[in-house]
Design a protein around this ligand. Structure first.
Ligand SMILES: N[C@@H](CCC(=O)N[C@@H](CS)C(=O)NCC(=O)O)C(=O)O
Length: 232
């Protein structure tokens, strides 16, 4: 199988954690996508994913799967023993529900703050980020405040539960974990959320998280990043 992504980015990490958690690192060939030059917005990439975002999973038969949730579903169920996406209808429903909450309450607002309120991934992506919109900065800041409200919601859960959806580490936990790192990069602090900060440090030590590949951006990508910008 192939995975098209940029190592060190938030959504790449979502899948690399699953790959390591499922013990299939040796079955994957990584194909680097140069997000900084907007390779993901060019016709060859759009033919694989019209949304123009990474990561993508390419199967041996040529099927290309986009969206981290769909890729996670595939990798988790391929061996008939899902650990990240649930087994029973009840487990699957709660995991799906919490997944959407993490995306809408934290990941998407953070993504907006990063791409619209900071230098993001640089000039080449400006045409896709409403560079000429006067309300851009104000909106980005509102999205940042929305993400902080999202932190408060998840702080309240993590104070009483070890994980978001089950008594084990599942897909929404992966998404929340990477979102917290992304939030920091976008300039948000977890200072007022001690349970979340502690939880994040504990998740960091789980083998699937600690041993994943591509924990940071390649050096040549870091060298090309705009000042004050970091991974998406
Ligand atoms: N909903 C998508 C989000 C993917 C996404 O935002 N990927 C980022 C990398 S972290 C990307 O490709 N950004 C490039 C861009 O926005 O042009 C998923 O779950 O796969």
């Amino acid at each position: 199988m192939k995975i098209h992504d940029m190592a060190g980015t938030a959504n790449a990490a979502r899948i690399r954690i699953v790959v390591t958690g499922k013990g299939v690192d040796d079955q994957i060939d990584y194909v680097p996508v140069d997000l900084l030059s907007a390779e993901q917005k060019q016709p060859a990439f759009l033919a694989m994913n019209p949304i123009g975002k990474t990561p993508l999973l390419e199967l041996e038969d040529g099927l290309i799967i986009s969206e981290c949730t769909a890729i996670t579903e595939y990798l988790d169920n391929a061996d008939g023993n899902p650990v990240f996406t649930g087994s029973s209808p009840r487990e699957k429903a709660v995991i799906h529900m919490m997944q959407r909450r993490v995306e809408q309450l934290v990941l998407e607002p953070v993504d907006d703050l990063f791409h619209y309120g900071t230098a993001g991934l640089g000039e080449a992506l400006a045409p896709w980020r409403l560079a000429d919109w006067a309300g851009r900065q104000d909106w980005a800041e509102r999205r940042g405040r929305a993400a902080v409200q999202g932190f408060a919601y998840f702080e309240s859960i993590i104070r009483r539960e070890p994980f978001l959806a089950q008594d084990s580490f599942t897909m929404p936990d992966i998404t929340l974990y990477i979102s917290l790192g992304f939030a920091e990069v976008a300039g948000l602090s977890l200072g007022k959320f001690p349970a979340l900060s502690e939880w994040r440090a504990k998740i960091e030590e789980l083998p699937a998280v600690a041993n994943r590949s591509g924990k940071s951006l390649p050096a040549e990508v870091i060298a090309r990043l705009p000042r004050h910008a970091a991974p998406a």
